[in-house]
Each structure stands twice: as C-alpha cells, then as structure tokens.
Design a protein around this ligand. Structure first.
Ligand SMILES: Nc1nc2c(ncn2[C@@H]2O[C@H](COP(=O)(O)OP(=O)(O)OP(=O)(O)O)[C@@H](O)[C@H]2O)c(=O)[nH]1
Ligand SMILES: [Mg+2]
Length: 221
C-alpha cells in the first residue's frame, strides 16, 4: 500500500530527473561543455576554460531546465580511461558525444568510438546528441563535411534502417525494427562560449526527446 501511495506521490510531485553521459576523445571539449552548461543554466558560473585540466575521474553537473532535472556525467576521454565508459551505460537516459572539428587526424578514432557507443546493447533507445565542437577555430571542418563523414557511422550502425532524414545540422535516423532504432542529432558547438546557439539548440533537443520518450532505468523504481 505504501509503495502505491509513494508511487502516486512521486508521479504527481517529483520532478523528472535524467542522467546524461558526456563522452568523446580526450581534448574534444567535454569538460569545457559541462562548465559552459553550468554557466548558462545555473546561478553559479562554471570554471573558465583556462582553469580546466584533463579529466581523470568523473565531473558532475546538475541543472534544472524547463521543469526537469538534468544530471551530467563527464568522464575522461584518454584511451586508458575509455574502458570505464560502459560501466555507466545502463544508468543513463541520454549520451552527448563531442568531436573536435579541428582534429582531422583523429576523426577516424572518434568515429570508431562513436560506432561502439551507438552499437552498444545497453544504450539501445537512448538519444544521442552529437556535437561538432570548436567551430570557432579557423581550421575546423564544416558541419556539412562532418555530417557526411559521421553519417556513415550512423547508417552503418543501423544497417537495416528503413528511413533516414537530414536537414542542416540535424539528423534523425530511425528504423522500423526497434532493436536497431537510433535517435541522433548532429549539432555545431563552440563550447568555450556558454551563450552559443548550438548549446541552446542541443540541450533543447535533448530535453524534448527525454520528455517525450525517456527509457525507464530499473533501479530508479
Ligand atoms: N577554440 C576552442 N577551444 C576549445 C573549445 N572547447 C574546448 N576547447 C579547448 O580544448 C581543450 C580541451 O578541452 P577539455 O574540455 O579539457 O577536453 P575534454 O574532452 O574534457 O578532455 P579530457 O578530460 O582529457 O577527456 C582545452 O584547451 C579547451 O579550452 C571550443 O569550443 N573552442
Ligand atoms: Mg575533461
């Protein structure tokens, strides 16, 4: 009986809370993004980019956005730290994946990591926000170029896709077979600028998707 009332109380009064994992190669800008999110959406500003050092453990940020709580987990991207990424997969509602748009030598490495994420069993039905960061740099590749480069990973991961669409910075790829469905948004970003439109657009897309259809994580019940 108690659990019934508790469930009802939770449903009526508690704000939804979503966990979001921030992944990407070392140096892509994950922590810079996390700090920009704090600056943009909370009253306490995040660290300035000059005070950010490479991540070894876990950085956490929490915000309230349009009535929902978002908890961001930022992990280190160095090769030897990537083996712990998947320990978090079962506990997240969404993934943000960041690419350094100027690091041409590592696009292949970044694509390979993204491919593993998209294809991972524990991340089925989880929305993925793919940020092409550092768009302020003169040697950054264009969003068109990066979109077609990364589109191949997305399509490969959904080999049985029945339908895909692409407009400007966004790409929603879906499949009639729910086992291979994927919901991914491609978005430009300048993480060092906490007021960038890319940041706003990306977070809005994420929250809209979570509100519509977030997966249920068992140990939350
Ligand atoms: N120009 C420019 N530099 C950026 C941007 N975002 C991040 N950087 C720089 O990229 C470098 C790496 O940023 P981090 O946020 O530490 O990268 P990370 O992905 O957290 O790296 P790890 O913690 O090692 O996995 C820093 O020197 C940042 O200032 C951006 O939008 N533009
Ligand atoms: Mg970091």
């Amino acid at each position: 009986m108690f659990s019934l009332f508790y469930g009802l109380w939770k449903y009526m009064f508690q704000k939804s809370e979503y966990f979001i994992l921030i992944l990407g190669l070392d140096g892509a800008g994950k922590t810079t993004l996390l700090e920009a999110i704090k600056t943009r959406y909370t009253k306490i500003p995040g660290l300035s980019p000059s005070n950010i050092i490479p991540t070894v453990g876990l950085n956490i940020g929490k915000i309230l956005y349009e009535g929902v709580k978002l908890v961001f987990w930022d992990l280190g991207g160095q090769l030897q730290l990537r083996s712990i990424w998947d320990k978090y997969y079962a506990d997240v509602h969404a993934v943000i994946y960041i690419v350094d748009s100027s690091d041409k030598e590592r696009f292949k490495e970044s694509k390979d990591e993204l491919e593993m994420i998209i294809g991972h069993d524990k991340l089925k039905d989880v929305p993925i926000l793919l940020f092409f960061n550092k768009q302020d740099l003169p040697n950054a590749e264009s969003i068109d170029f990066l979109s077609s480069l990364f589109q191949s990973v997305i399509l490969k991961s959904t080999a049985s896709s029945s339908n895909s669409s692409n407009n400007n910075n966004s790409s929603i790829v879906s499949s009639s077979n729910s086992q291979t469905s994927i919901n991914i948004q491609l978005q430009s970003l300048i993480a060092i600028n906490s007021n960038s439109k890319g940041l706003d657009d990306g977070i809005k897309w994420l929250v809209d998707n979570l509100k519509k259809n977030a997966r249920i994580i068992e140990n939350e019940l």
